[in-house]
Design a protein around this ligand. Structure first.
Ligand code: SF4
Length: 251
């Protein structure tokens, strides 16, 4: 493929190693995510470590899914994706809530059903680092030897004081331990971060970026804070407790 970008790991003039670049080299073409709701809940919602969830959480993008059997969800997502690209390869993305928070036999059946769906070339599993017991890690390790598996961890920040404020429900040390286990097992990881969390300064965000960069995850998903209707942050924003950044916010 001719190199058209001045940057070594991007085909479209990005300064960073893009997912698009990675997918083209690994799969030979464009890859799309099928967003799935496997009917999981979250220990930060069911009372195991909390009931209110993270202050920005509306259920893990459940707005984009419907509570249908997995095969029907995959069928609808494949139709949506193939309207854009008839030859698309698909990653089955278990996104809603915590997708390792079930007995390992249940998880195995769900992941296998997704992998068997026509056009699915890999799995992404969104979860929390405190929901990766050894039997689940063994399952993920076996899967990662057969397919491209990415475990997506919602860290958001390395700062425990911020995490306590938004109610993450685990300290950074728990993330560090699970991340090390995933790396030792050779499992691909994507760390989710949020810039603009209330109370964080520019230096706080840079420290998160440096700390996570030093861990060398295979991918990072960087979001700017979105305040969604129905979340605790929406209430705080309306009450003026979260100043917009362009109107005298924290940075
Ligand atoms: S861990 Fe994820 S699903 Fe659970 S409350 Fe936080 S954002 Fe929501």
């Amino acid at each position: 493929m001719p190199q058209t970008s001045p940057f070594p790991y991007s085909d479209d003039n990005k300064r960073y190693h893009t997912l698009h670049y990675h997918n083209r080299r690994v799969f030979g073409g464009r890859v799309y995510k099928a967003v799935l709701d496997a009917g999981m809940t979250c220990p930060n919602l069911d009372g195991t470590c909390g009931t209110g969830g993270c202050a920005f959480c509306d259920g893990g993008s459940g707005a984009f899914t419907r509570p249908l059997p997995l095969h029907e969800q995959l069928t609808l997502e494949a139709q949506r994706i193939r309207r854009r690209d008839p030859h698309a390869r698909i990653i089955a993305y278990f996104q809603v809530h915590t997708n390792t928070y079930a007995p390992v036999q249940t998880l195995s059946a769900l992941y296998e059903e997704a992998l068997a769906f026509p056009g699915v070339v890999g799995l992404s599993v969104g979860t929390r680092p405190d929901c990766l017991p050894e039997d689940v890690l063994a399952l993920l390790s076996a899967l990662s030897r057969r397919t491209q598996l990415t475990v997506e961890l919602g860290l958001q920040t390395v700062h425990d004081s911020t995490a306590q404020d938004f109610g993450r429900g685990y300290p950074y040390a728990v993330f560090a331990g699970s991340f090390a286990r995933l790396r030792a097992l050779g499992i691909r990881t994507c760390v989710h971060l949020i810039n603009g969390l209330p109370g964080e300064t520019m230096e706080d965000m840079l420290e998160t970026a440096r700390t996570v960069g030093d861990l060398h995850p295979q991918a990072v998903k960087l979001s700017l804070l979105h305040i969604l209707e129905g979340t605790r942050y929406a209430d705080a924003f309306r009450e003026g407790r979260i100043p917009p950044h362009d109107a005298g916010g924290v940075y």
